[in-house]
Design a protein around this ligand. Structure first.
Ligand code: 2NL
Length: 366
């Protein structure tokens, strides 16, 4: 067979190849180690110089022609495969977006954010601390006597007696966020204006009590602080939080070991559609009344002393309330236990959109 016929036959077969596999067999048949064209190239060594000069270029040209034809045919197959893939994989950009996972913000988290926003506007910083506390910071520093009922096993979750901190203090789950304020008074110079929101624990469980709940306390320490500052602060806070200017306060004398004097704070409510709503005239007969929402008072000088501050130089007020209860009052929920059940239907119903961030300018709630 002449080189020319070999060439034309090879090109014809390459053109006839139906797929990449057939093409590869042809490459091996012509150009592989045992291939026909490779065989031709090997004959060059045995030729006379004259033969080599006339045959060499023809064989090389044959090799090149076949190689080029193989490559072009292979490229054509690949391009066709890509075309077919693109034609089959259509993407309809007019389809609706897939359903995004729809989580929501728990009412407790929402209310905590609202409280932080309202108090930040009055110059309060947010302080946090550990939920595992020691007996001194949770009770002793707050002037709560050893015999106080709150210290009893049935109210407080204590850790086993051997588990004490470096000062030999008993460890417990904090029963209020007051130890955060104790830590703040001991670690930073007055003036102090903080709120301390967080989880607290009490060995108590019924329709209106869960063993874990959320509290927020506030503390102001400065010079010459009096009950007037306390009343203005709580009134301003409650009006901003409930988003009503007609919220009225009633202060009643009370007792807490850590404040002296101590004051319980009631707010006026009115009944709308059978539900108690904060705001309006509490003296409207049938439809109005008072509801207790906060405990507060002037910080007991013994507490200020316990924190190594001079009570003749620094005075202040403090307050505390339940966040879960505030959430129920503001958003009309009536079962506390549902807060912590993790029922997805409840969360869907009462949850807030993730981007519904409370701001004073936009209205802190709803
Ligand atoms: C309530 C009453 C209250 C405080 C908490 C406090 C904290 C320090 C010093 C003095 Cl460090 N007082 N906190 C004061 C009065 C009342 O909470 O009914 N909570 C649910």
């Amino acid at each position: 067979m002449t080189i020319e016929t070999m060439g034309s036959e090879a090109l014809a077969r390459i053109a006839a190849a139906q797929d990449a596999t057939a093409l590869e067999s042809l490459r091996v048949e012509f150009l592989g180690k045992q291939g026909s064209i490779s065989g031709l190239l090997k004959t060059l060594g045995k030729m006379t110089p004259e033969e080599r000069q006339s045959e060499g270029p023809k064989i090389q040209a044959l090799r090149e022609t076949v190689q080029t034809a193989l490559t072009e045919r292979k490229d054509a197959f690949e391009a066709a495969a890509l075309e077919a893939q693109l034609a089959s994989e259509t993407l309809d950009l007019t389809l609706p977006a897939p359903q995004a996972p729809a989580g929501s913000v728990h009412p407790v988290s929402q209310v905590m954010d609202e409280l932080a926003e309202v108090f930040a506007d009055m110059g309060f910083a947010v302080a946090t601390g550990p939920e595992i506390e020691d007996d001194w910071r949770n009770f002793t520093a707050l002037n709560i006597p050893e015999t106080h009922p709150a210290r009893a096993m049935h109210d407080t979750f204590y850790f086993p007696d051997q588990m004490r901190n470096a000062d030999g203090q008993k460890m417990l789950l904090r029963t209020h966020t007051s130890p955060v304020q104790i830590r703040t008074m001991m670690n930073q110079e007055p003036p102090i204006r903080i709120i301390a929101p967080g989880r607290v624990y009490r060995s108590d469980s019924d329709a209106t009590h869960t063993p874990m709940f959320h509290q927020i306390e506030g503390l102001v320490i400065d010079k010459g602080i009096n009950l007037g500052h306390l009343k203005w602060t709580l009134e301003t806070f409650l009006r901003a939080f409930f988003e009503r200017d007609d919220v009225v306060l009633r202060l009643r004398p009370s007792y807490f070991p850590f404040t002296e004097p101590s004051v319980e704070v009631d707010v006026g409510y009115t009944v709308i559609n059978g539900k108690r709503v904060i705001g309006g005239d509490p003296n409207a007969s049938e439809n109005g009344g008072w509801m207790e929402v906060l405990g507060s008072g002037m910080v007991n000088r013994k507490v200020i002393e316990a924190c190594n501050l001079d009570p003749d130089e620094w005075q202040g007020f403090a307050f505390g309330t339940g966040v879960d209860r505030l959430a129920m009052l503001k958003y009309g929920m009536d079962d506390l236990r549902a807060f912590f059940d993790g029922d997805i239907r409840w969360l869907k119903h009462y949850g807030f959109a993730a981007l519904d961030v409370p701001t004073l300018s936009g209205g802190v709630g709803a």
